[in-house]
Design a protein around this ligand. Structure first.
Ligand code: MEV
Length: 426
């Protein structure tokens, strides 16, 4: 039994190197491992150390660019950061199928977020809810004082919603402050605003404000994208019909809908990571929206129109920003936004919705056609070859041989590499 203690007073106050030394000793890390962890890649140490607490190193993910995207008649190179093989290739592939005319059409209008104040211990809560509405302008005015920059730019508090909810501890009042956050993700602004109006709400209701926080159920911040393509572009009428049937299955079966949406989120979250977004908020919001009817549903659908064309559409809440947070602090996120060339948060949301739709088409097409494993296996085999130590031409040689022989395994990759290297020497 180990007598080590994870109780390390003042760990957060130590330097990065000191913290790393402690962890290295704890885990018995080799000097090579320490060096690997110490490599912060493209993130300056100062920034890394100020972004989160207790930093001991960095972890780099591949940064890729999906090609072929035409959205609202504009061409985009889409930065994606993801650990899963095939996602970038699949997105690029589907984007090629959806380039006709203006390409994918996408539209994100309002950038409205909801901030919540929960009021407990309120007597006559239904009457008090009305009293809150009576003071609406005063409350909105108060919230406005919190962010003069946002107001100057044309954003700010827009509305108030008041709900009385029956809970296990009796009725509570939930006030929603609706804020147009423009180009920010909005959490900071909204949280400041709801904290500021809470005392006012307490005064009006005689209750006690408890939780004062943004809601990530961003139902007023929707992005939509839709596209139309000929069956020939997806591999023929039979495949187009099966894509529609796959979409219908997702509508009927929540178990399938979750995976269907997971495929959408492969694309959405890869763009979110590249551009430094709060991807947990996006993920939570998307799934809550998918379940808003009480039954979990797909975020996208595929149909055939009267001319037999394959048409797809997606509706997804996207709480994304291009100012503030990691989008500005992380140098790579800044570069990603520059590559993408988006001018507004709404445009970023449009691109992400379009990527989600394309990603979904690619997944459904693969599933109803050759199955998902074939493409995956090729990349998996290449990865194994690289892990075994292959480089250059040998990567493909080894991968192809493993696929041909149906033996896609690390030990076999190693064996083949040894064989090839020996052959080269002789
Ligand atoms: C894998 O990451 C994503 C898929 O499972 C999505 C889907 O099934 O639609 C292929």
């Amino acid at each position: 039994m180990s007598n080590r203690s994870s109780r390390i007073p003042g760990f957060y106050k130590k330097s990065l190197d000191e913290r790393l030394r402690i962890v290295a000793e704890w885990a018995g890390l080799t000097s090579e491992e320490v060096e690997t962890l110490r490599n912060l890649g493209s993130l300056p140490e100062k920034i890394a150390d100020s972004m989160i607490e207790n930093v001991i190193g960095g972890m780099t993910y591949p940064f890729a660019v999906a090609v072929n995207f035409k959205i609202n008649n504009k061409d985009y190179l889409v930065p994606m950061v993801i650990e899963e093989t095939s996602v970038v290739a699949a997105a690029s592939n589907a984007a090629k199928m959806l380039r006709h005319g203006p390409g994918i059409i996408a539209y994100a209008d309002k950038q409205y977020m909801i901030g919540q104040v929960h009021l407990v211990n309120v007597s006559a809560p239904r009457y008090k809810a009305m009293k809150i509405i009576e003071h609406k302008e005063e409350i909105l005015d108060h919230a406005k004082q919190q962010d003069s920059t946002l107001i100057k730019l044309g954003g700010g508090p827009r509305d108030l919603e008041v709900r009385v909810i029956d809970t296990r501890m009796g009725p509570v009042i939930v006030v929603h402050l609706i804020v147009d956050v423009l180009d920010a993700m909005g959490a900071n602004t909204v949280n400041t605003m709801v904290e500021s109006i809470a005392p006012l709400l307490e005064k009006i209701t005689g209750g006690e404000a408890r939780l004062r926080i943004i809601s990530n159920h961003a139902v007023y911040r929707l992005a939509r994208a839709w596209a139309r393509t000929s069956p020939a572009d997806v591999g023929g009428k039979d495949i187009a019909r099966k894509i529609v049937e796959a979409s219908i299955l997702a509508e009927a079966d929540p178990f399938r809908a979750v995976t269907h949406n997971k495929g959408i989120m492969n694309g959405v979250i890869a763009v979110a990571l590249a551009t430094g977004q709060d991807h947990r908020a996006i993920e939570a919001g998307a799934h809550a929206y998918a379940a808003r009817s009480g039954v979990y549903k797909p975020l996208s659908t595929w149909e055939l129109d009267e001319e037999g064309m394959l048409v797809g559409s997606i509706e997804i809440p996207l709480q994304v920003g291009i100012v503030g947070g990691a989008t500005r602090v992380h140098p790579v996120a800044r570069i990603a936004l520059k590559i993408l060339g988006v001018k507004k948060a709404s445009e970023l949301a449009e691109v992400m919705a379009a990527v989600g739709l394309a990603q979904n088409l690619a997944a459904l097409r693969a599933l109803v056609h050759e199955g998902i494993q074939k493409g995956h296996m090729k990349l998996h085999a290449r990865n194994l070859a690289i892990m075994a130590g292959a480089s250059g031409e040998l990567i493909d040689k080894i991968a192809e041989r493993m696929i041909r022989e149906g033996r896609i395994r690390y030990d076999y990759a190693k064996k083949l590499l040894e064989e090839y290297l020996k052959g080269e020497k002789e």
